[in-house]
Design a protein around this ligand. Sequence first.
Ligand SMILES: [Zn+2]
Length: 199
Amino acid sequence: MNRRDFLRNAICMGAGAVLAPLLLADRVEAAWQEPVPFGVPVRETNLSFGPLENRTRTDAIIVHHIGNTNADVSAATVHAWHKANGWSGIGYHFLIRKDGTVERGRPMDTVGAHCYGENSHTVGVNIVGNFEAAWPEKAQLDAAARLLCALSVYYGFAPQKNTIFGHRDFNATACPGCNLYGLLPALIEQAHTFYMAGG
Ligand SMILES: [Zn+2]
């Protein structure tokens, strides 16, 4: 781990400490065990992909929901759906399950398949559910705020309304659902609070 990665970790562990001070020791250990220093525990899914390209720049994060079901679907399930579309594999980089577990999707530095016209410079985060009809779990929102902070630090921008978007900001879609879209400003604010607390 080089000094810059160490500092990135330190910043986002600071954010985690604000959220859950009693878990700080666990979070430090988890972060050090990560293959990519990141500051948020990510469940590895070891999915196999077809050809992928690396992004050359990353300046925004786009938030999605599943939409066609409110079930607690896994990254492996979405991977199978997207492979059936003829894609290289799951189009999102991260999925946040109903219990707040963050699962790895497409490798985080590769071009995703989640938002037409914007994939070359963005990270795709899917919060699992149908938020046209249901509401996200608190555990999902907590995890999302930590992940949005960590990704922003990692890629070198602040989490705010001109760096974090809902899918519907770019394409003609209901995604990420009216309920989650309505919560997005508060979610960005929470991520920004973590970001400022760590910086
Ligand atoms: Zn979407």
